[in-house]
Design a protein around this ligand. Sequence first.
Ligand code: FES
Ligand SMILES: [Fe+2]
Length: 430
Amino acid sequence: MLTQHDNDLICRTGPGTPMGEYLRRFWIPAVLSREIPEPDCPPVRVKIMSEELVAFRDTNGDVGILDNYCPHRRASLFFGRNEECGLRCVYHGWKFDVNGDCVDMPSEPAESNFKDKVKIKSYPAADWGGYIWVYMGPTELKPELPEVGWAMVPEDHRVVSRRVQENNYVQGIEGGIDSSHVSFLHSGLTPYQRDNPDAPRRRNSGVQPSAMVNDSSPRFIVKETEYGFVYGAQRNSGDDEYYWRITPFMMPFFTIIPGGIGNQDELTYSGHGWVPMDDDNCWMFTYSWNASRPLRPGENHPASDLKLDPRTKRATVNKDNDYGIDREMQKYFNFTGIENGSVQDAGIQESMGAICDRTKEHLGTSDAAIINLRKVFLRGAREIMEGSEPFVPREGSVYRLRSVSLIQDRSITFDETVPRVKNPGHPTLV
Ligand code: FES
Ligand SMILES: [Fe+2]
């Protein structure tokens, strides 16, 4: 559990909050690259950490992220004209470039130099790995772009998506690093199926390695690293082996789901990150990639299969329709009665309330990674409050990582297995 004070400390990320100031020291995914696909295309509005912004791609192909509100009289630049290397406010024609400079002010006399004195808030932006990333922190502290796996492969080797989730971002991340829930929430095995082995199964009903099902109370080990932390779930497999799922948590939002068992260089990996939209909502970004070949249909994260409202990015299966829960399905096919693994996650995370009341929890041994996440976040937020600089990985190369899923002899330890998450030989094809 957390005190109310500490819960607020990690969950609240608006301008001026300690956690908000901490997160602003990282590059943050804002929108998908394909949402602003070509020069002079329509701008996209996006809210990040309670700041309302617009993303656009100018005539040269450069991307910009500006304050949504025009500094003249605060009209929304979402309605702006994206033309000739700038976004022009349609109220009185003031125009701003990707750096936030006012490059035209046709409503003022030609001899006026007022436009040279006006700037709009702008943030550094980068088109990287299928996302438009934004850096909202102090200029002198800007780290390198993270060299995450999906950014290091050609475009047809990855699939990315984003959608809105109606809960605080910490709840999303906690769900993402909670290895224990996979044996339950995403399980296909119900008592009915156990007793009726020939009962039909559905896609996405959660076919897991048998160790996942037979050992539902794994042991968890967590270790802090130069990119955040790594955690392992160890399950019994037969009499002399363990089934390991080892997951890097990449500061400040990202995990890589342990995939299949096999040659790590040839596997497809998927993962997700949760970015604060405001204190009660977050953006769920997903990524799937394969370093050695283009992705095949169906290798994407299940979230990218969801139908979204194009304006709000909210899934059409949502809390208003109880995520499509089907009690017959729950009885005979899967654990939840909810069809898609990502909807199962979103539904259960939203069910905890917009900001989970962590003063009322009872954490167990299976919550080790969650406890560690809070420790890292709280430490960073407190360091901001004290005026010292918190932990931020500065070099992009520390993000060259993948997850590990394997069955091996019980004598091989977690520490011996952890280096396998590093991916130094990742082909740099960008
Ligand atoms: S409000 Fe934007 S130009 Fe006047
Ligand atoms: Fe999940």
